[in-house]
Design a protein around this ligand. Structure first.
Ligand code: MRU
Length: 348
């Protein structure tokens, strides 16, 4: 079965497509407890900035649903506890914190004066976050259309498609919409060590959509730009600072440097929920380091000498000067990003 529905809410339970198993196995895991949702985000059952935001919102809905609190105040206190557990799951993608804050703000509405009313509002807000994500991603894709020449050869990093979001995707959504709109596009997919989101997940999606592509190892991008010729790179993001510095999957910065060296436009696809105007620069973005085993093993098989020290940075920060434009659902921001992002964030 081919499915890209990363997140489902059915019969008052959350179901997450286990992305660790794709593309070999399609299985959903069922969640009734927010603590297990937090663990699933940490373990990358679900991943991608918008998807983990939506999953956390549903985690709060589960916390509200399971609560035995008899007053609105007691339930709000329990939701704060659940929020702290969910916030601690992964540090870099700001969508996680954005979605949690949004649900808590809804729960804080003084008009909600019973636990049942709060629980209903929390679930409604989680549904709204999920539904809006799809519209946001489509808008990003359509806003990007003028930037994608017919016949474009495009490098993409990690997985930013339906699997990384509620549906459609951001950077991969741009490629998909260009294809749906009749443009001939060809994608070079970075395989994205160590978890292979490019080869396992992006290739799985593009194959299904019938979009021509090939997978390259992460270190091949400079060679491909020099020998094949690339028209643009498009990547997603986990957090964009107010000056445009962008945190994304490890290897993105190297790709941007290669693009800069070859004069290739480098685009970031960013829902405004990924833009963190509270951080002046990318130096303030927390960068997740993940377990060594992701690098030392391939499945069950050790691929490094015993006890070799490794450092598993999950993200890097691409300085704004290497970014041609940031494509959001509200429009396209060009440098200087301090001004263009501030304007976009104020727009309705
Ligand atoms: O570690 P992951 O797989 O969660 O990292 C995902 C990325 O870096 C994506 O590029 C980003 O979250 C944007 S997804 C639309």
């Amino acid at each position: 079965m081919t499915t890209f529905k990363s997140i489902l809410w059915e019969n008052d339970k959350l179901q997450l497509l286990d992305q660790r198993k794709l593309p070999l196995e399609t299985r959903y895991l069922q969640f009734t407890d927010y603590r297990d949702v937090a663990q699933a985000i940490r373990d990358m059952v679900t991943r991608g900035a918008p998807a983990i935001g939506a999953a956390a919102a549903y985690g709060l809905a589960l916390a509200a649903r399971n609560s035995t609190a008899t007053t609105a105040a007691a339930l709000r206190a329990e939701l704060e506890t659940a929020a702290a557990v969910l916030r601690a799951s992964r540090p870099t993608a700001v969508n996680l914190f954005w979605a949690i804050d949004r649900v808590l703000a809804r729960a804080a509405d003084p008009a909600l004066d019973t636990p049942a009313a709060i629980a209903a509002a929390v679930l409604a807000e989680a549904h709204a976050i999920a539904a809006e994500d799809i519209q946001t991603n489509k808008a990003i894709g359509y806003n990007a259309l003028p930037l994608i020449p017919d016949g474009a050869k495009i490098i993409h990093h990690c997985n930013t498609g339906s699997l990384a979001t509620v549906d459609y995707g951001t950077a991969l959504g741009i490629i998909r919409i260009a294809h749906e709109e009749g443009k001939q596009v060809f994608a070079y997919l970075d395989e994205t060590r160590p978890r292979l989101q490019g080869s396992r997940l992006s290739a799985y999606e593009l194959r299904h959509y019938g979009i021509p592509h090939t997978v390259i190892v992460d270190g091949a991008s400079g060679h491909v730009m020099r020998t094949v010729g690339i028209d643009l790179c498009v990547v997603g993001c986990d957090r964009v600072a107010a000056n445009g510095d962008t945190a994304n999957k490890i290897g993105t910065f190297n790709l941007a440097l290669a693009a800069h060296a070859h004069g290739v436009p480098f685009y970031v696809a960013a829902p405004t929920s990924t833009i963190d105007m509270t951080l002046a620069t990318g130096d303030e973005i927390p960068i997740e380091e993940r377990p060594a085993r992701e690098m030392t093993h391939f499945g069950e098989c050790a691929i490094l000498p015993d006890d070799t020290p490794v450092t598993n940075f999950a993200f890097d920060v691409t300085p704004a000067r290497y970014i041609t434009a940031i494509i959001t659902e509200k429009g396209i921001a060009y440098p200087p990003f301090e001004e263009s992002l501030a304007k976009l964030m104020e727009a309705d």
